[in-house]
Design a protein around this ligand. Structure first.
Ligand SMILES: Nc1ncnc2c1ncn2[C@@H]1O[C@H](COP(=O)(O)OP(=O)(O)OP(=O)(O)O)[C@@H](O)[C@H]1O
Ligand SMILES: [Mg+2]
Length: 372
């Protein structure tokens, strides 16, 4: 889910708890397994949820050991240093709490990472910790061991939102919101080298695709406007044949990856509402207006607004919405004198992660890796 600007956003409330639940990963994954990236779902034990919500940032001891053990298993032995450089002397480090321990959960995690080929993309029921990528050694969400996963989850406000207020923007009765319990899950998706140019977000209202947007709006991709009709056609076909009759709601947003003509992969399904980033559409137009391209046949002769919106030129790019997250929330907290301990702990962990992963050079698969 996307939280940017929600506070300032003019509220046009429509979203229901049931719709949010239907977009939870484990609710849609079984139905669309064949059409999406292979993933493992691990239920989160309550103690682990409590750990994620606790203020102090300390990694479970065994996960750090696992991280070291993992070095032997990695195909490329040169990726890791033998020793962790102890830059933080006892003088300057704040004492941290006893490391927690989740042996059973952690062994499930380790097995799942192996099953997914050793590199995974983590998320909870709805959100990935995208706001925390600054903390990983290569600034991506690629995880190869449990401590990578813990660190990202622990550092993310998006994850906290999933855990504390998933129904905040739903219109249901407050009692229902409080009574609805969520079975939290960790999703580990097989890591794929995705080309951001091939990602699109599609807005479905009343079982009709009413809008498609380039997913990453901070770049101009020349081929998108040049291939608009083909992209729209592929997405419409994917929607009608794969998604439409197999998703329980009539309004939602789905994200797709179009690797090449006719080859589409479902990436995610999100609630139809302001909690999802409208990208090149505004929620006001999606919720209230009938976009001009969906006018009844015969009512309009000229289609003025294409279904697929994209950045049309180099000058049309939007600022990266995650720029703000390059500086973590904790820096803001420390500036206000609120939580300096947490910042020190996160920085300590970041340095420790980076010394464990000194070679940040790419070991990436070719971009065409997705799809076999
Ligand atoms: N398996 C994967 N491997 C590598 N990168 C991935 C993978 N899955 C997703 N990504 C990248 O991460 C981005 C965010 O993923 P995803 O949409 O699942 O997160 P989210 O929290 O649901 O985002 P939103 O809040 O916008 O719905 C994707 O746009 C894609 O670029
Ligand atoms: Mg999503």
């Amino acid at each position: 889910m996307f939280l940017k600007d929600l506070v300032n956003y003019k509220s046009i409330e429509t979203m229901k708890i049931s719709e949010v639940l239907n977009c939870s990963f484990s609710a849609w994954y079984p139905q669309f397994k064949e059409y999406t990236i292979k993933s493992q779902i691990i239920p989160l034990p309550q103690e682990f949820v409590d750990y994620l919500l606790a203020d102090q940032v300390v990694l479970p001891e065994s996960s750090v050991a696992l991280s070291a053990a993992h070095q032997d298993e990695d195909e490329d032995d040169n990726r890791y240093a033998d020793n962790v450089v102890d830059w933080a002397t006892e003088d300057i480090m704040t004492p941290v709490a006893e490391p927690p321990s989740f042996p059973e959960f952690e062994s499930l995690l380790k097995i799942a990472i192996r099953r997914m080929g050793g590199k995974v993309f983590p998320k909870l029921n709805w959100s990935a910790p995208r706001d925390a990528s600054w903390i990983s050694f290569d600034r991506t969400l690629k995880c190869t061991c449990p401590s990578d996963v813990y660190l990202l989850l622990k550092s993310s406000d998006f994850i906290s939102h999933d855990l504390t207020e998933p129904f905040k923007f739903c219109t249901d009765d407050e009692n229902l919101k409080n009574e609805t319990t969520v079975k939290y899950e960790l999703v580990l998706r097989k890591w794929r080298e995705l080309n951001p140019a091939y990602e699109f977000r599609c807005f479905v209202k009343g079982n009709t695709v009413i809008g498609i947007s380039q997913r990453h709006t901070d770049m101009y991709y020349k081929f998108i406007p040049e291939n608009r009709k083909e992209i729209e056609g592929d997405i419409q076909a994917f929607f009608y044949h794969i998604i439409k009759d197999n998703f329980p709601d009539k309004s939602y947003c789905f994200d797709v990856y179009r690797r090449c003509q006719g080859k589409l992969v479902l990436l995610d399904i999100n609630p139809f509402g302001e909690v999802t980033d409208g990208l090149l559409y505004t929620w006001e137009e999606l919720l209230t207006d009938k976009p001009s391209h969906t006018e009844e046949e015969g009512e309009v002769d000229e289609i003025t607004d294409p279904l697929l919106r994209c950045v049309e030129s180099e000058t049309g790019v939007q600022s990266n919405p995650y720029g703000a997250y390059a500086v973590p929330k904790d820096f803001v907290d420390i500036a206000h004198g609120e939580d300096p301990t947490k910042l020190m702990q996160l920085l300590q962990l970041k340095v420790s992660q980076q010394t464990n992963h000194p070679d940040s050079s790419s070991d990436e698969e070719p971009e065409s890796a997705l799809g076999s």
